[in-house]
Design a protein around this ligand. Sequence first.
Ligand SMILES: [Cu+2]
Length: 159
Amino acid sequence: MNQLLETTMKTAIKLGLALAALSTAPALAHEKHGHATFSAGEPGNPKKPARTIEILMNEMDYTPARIEVKRGEQIRFVLRNVGKEDHEFLLATTKENLAHAQEMKKHPHMEHDEPNAVRLAPSKTAEILWKFSKAGTFEFSCLIPDHRDYGMIGHVTVK
Ligand SMILES: [Cu+2]
């Protein structure tokens, strides 16, 4: 191998490593962004009774996309990704989800480990136990860029 080509390749490898290191930085920053309070109620208590609602996630919607609960009721969401792409379920107010969506555009691989949110790979299932302690209208949506706009949004009415 000639000297010039070898030097160029070494530089390219170093640049690649530097970029890889940079790309992990936003994910680390997000882990510190915790919620002390939640806009749609509060995490459920596993010792209390709960009504189970199964929600299927697909490209690009939720089934069912509209549910009604009573104020104070606990819901065990059984979430199944029956689609072919990763999908999320983030339970919050529309305002909070829209703000979060802006953040997701900058960091599309952001992980969610808050009690009101989950990201699922295809064929995976997860549960969220939630107490709807506040009356109002809330939403669940997928904030992977474009998914919400394409229809991945559902509504919860708490009466
Ligand atoms: Cu999605």
